[in-house]
Design a protein around this ligand. Structure first.
Ligand code: PDD
Length: 284
């Protein structure tokens, strides 16, 4: 069955959805996006995603396509029309269509596109019991990774490098320190302390990261926001990643070296459980 998607004010069948070939998202990756998870037919942390979207737009001098209230309404309508119980809503705003020019167009109307992805069993993913294997790769992305732009070619290449190495994902390294995963934030646990890179232009400020660190502190766990190296990670007791679509996902191997026991650790398991419980309660 065809999905119903949203394009610039209209709900249409996916095969009828159209965007101009002059859209700057298509020509120049001049656009930003958000991915919001759906559990039990409800949105997880919509406010966090809406706030980060506004920030991304502001950083790029882009106009919002609509208000946050309208965005929420569109998210809910798509979830309803596509009967999504577990999955994602993808949202993209671009600067709109204009004749090709490096200068930003003056009067282009932003393009707004949303679609759902059905992912039954997302919360009970067997991968969370097994854990992921990661490789390290150089972080050669641009310097404003705090803005959630649609320039995802290098993360996509990183994912393919990981697959070619028989692994699940890649952790990116810059100046000797881990920045983040291809589409997630990276953490290690040593002697009970949760360590994750501090925020800055080098990484995306994950919405899941913010919630997980809050829950960790509430559960009296120690948190340190600082850089760490791959060798420190290989020597850690546990490692994991967070993102809207994977929640808290254990990492059990880095560059062929087992982390801790090589099995999913108690801190990652506990944080995943707390995160899912709390976010389900707060879902809208
Ligand atoms: N990716 N870092 C990067 C580079 C990301 O692309 C993402 C999210 C995150 C985690 O952010 P959040 O917790 O807000 O999902 C960190 C999304 C899920 C994606 O591109 O599909």
């Amino acid at each position: 069955m065809e999905r119903i998607v949203y394009v610039n004010g209209e709900y249409v069948n996916e095969s009828d959805a159209k965007i101009s070939i002059f859209d700057r998202g298509f020509l120049m990756a001049d656009g930003v996006y958000e991915v919001t998870t759906v559990l039990d037919g409800k949105l997880i942390d919509f406010d966090g995603h809406a706030k980060r979207l506004t920030r991304s737009l502001n950083e790029l001098d882009m106009k919002p396509a609509c208000t946050d209230e309208e965005l929420l309404e569109i998210h809910r309508e798509l979830v309803k029309r596509n009967n999504v119980e577990e999955g994602m809503v993808y949202l993209q705003v671009t600067r709109g269509a204009a004749d090709r020019d490096f200068a930003y167009p003056k009067d282009a109307k932003p393009s707004l596109v949303l679609f759902t992805q059905d992912k039954p069993g997302l919360a009970n993913s067997p991968a969370a019991q097994i854990g992921m294997k990661v490789i390290s790769i150089d972080d050669i992305r641009w310097g404003r990774r705090d803005i959630k732009t649609v320039q995802l070619l290098y993360p996509s290449m990183g994912k393919m490098m990981a697959k070619a190495a028989g692994c699940d994902d890649a952790w990116m390294v810059e100046d000797g320190s881990v920045t983040e995963g291809t589409s997630n934030n990276a953490y290690i646990v040593k002697d009970g302390v949760i360590i994750t890179r501090h925020l800055g232009n080098e990484i995306l400020s994950g919405i899941t990261r913010a919630a997980v660190l809050r829950f960790a502190k509430e559960a009296q766990m120690k948190v340190e926001e600082r850089s760490f190296t791959i060798s420190e990670a290989q020597d850690a007791d546990e490692a994991f990643v967070t993102s809207a679509s994977t929640f808290v996902m254990p990492v059990v191997e880095i560059d062929g070296t087992a982390v801790g026991t090589g099995n999913v650790g108690p801190v990652a398991s506990r944080l995943r459980e707390i995160y899912l419980d709390e976010m389900r309660k707060a879902a809208i």
